[in-house]
Write a protein that binds this ligand. Sequence first.
Ligand code: DAH
Length: 340
Amino acid sequence: MLDQLHALKDKGLRELEALREVTQLPEWHRQYLSKKGELTQFLKQLGQLSAEERPALGKAANEVKQSLSEQFELHQKQLQEKKLNEALESDEIDVTLPGRPAPRGHLHPCTQALRRIASVFGEMGFQVYESPEVETDENNFQLLNIPSYHPARDMWDTFWINDEVVLRTHTSPGQIRAMREFYPEPIRIILPGKVYRYEQITPRSEHQFYQIEGLAVGRNIKMTDLIGVITEYSRKMYGMERKVRIRGSYFPFTEPSIEVDMDCNLCDGEGCRVCKYAGWLEVAGAGMVHPVVLKNGGYDPEEWSGFAFGFGLERPIMLQHGVEDIRYFYGNDLKFLHQF
Ligand code: DAH
């Protein structure tokens, strides 16, 4: 029986060696090592042997089984490696082919403009101050000298969260927050950010847009400082030959209040479609900070004075680039965005 066992082993190993494909392996395994395989069948005969013969033969049979299993695994590994190498060789990668271009994005036109504006004001010593988009009625209106009964509230169509909380309608409430934080230091900041208005959406007006607010508070700040800062801003942004003019206006939080215009940089003030043949473009609403507002921020108006201004971000970009619909800025259309 021992001979039979060795013959079985030799045959198994020989046949295993002859296999050339991974796919042939399961059949061999079934034939030799499975429950119905030849070795198991052989082991079943052991029961018929005498007690003296059985241990030696059992031991030999187990050694054969182990040897067949080990060789099987080894051969399987070799065949798998062979298959992988063949795949690699037939599937060569041409490293000299040019790569696929990765699409490259860029900053949103509003972000580009915001950064440029921040850098122009930065050169004049203004820091960027950020304040929340969800505001209290108190900061958005009352402390800016707009009491709840005052008709000036109609200047801002408001999204109300509840009786006391709004989506800020302008960046001006940041003035109050900044003053309360910086007191008793002088202040020179811009406050860029999103504002919200409960408005019909049209090509000219969105219910969300950007504003840039400016605030300077100090001991001897005058209207001429305000005009100087806005003139410098207009020149750095739109060309050193720009001229500005001011007109009287009204805002509850400034006294006196003005509107600042600059001569149209597209026609040099001659009059064109962009400036509607006026020769002038609006730059900002502005004025000297109202004494009530200074006081609400913690600054004594007898000792301190300040100027403030505010303007929208999208309108000027639209004018400069001939964008005809403000909704393009928030439409996520790459055809539009790639032009900037
Ligand atoms: N907050 C005003 C608005 O949204 C803009 C403005 C005007 C801001 C005059 C100012 C200012 O700081 O002085 O219509």
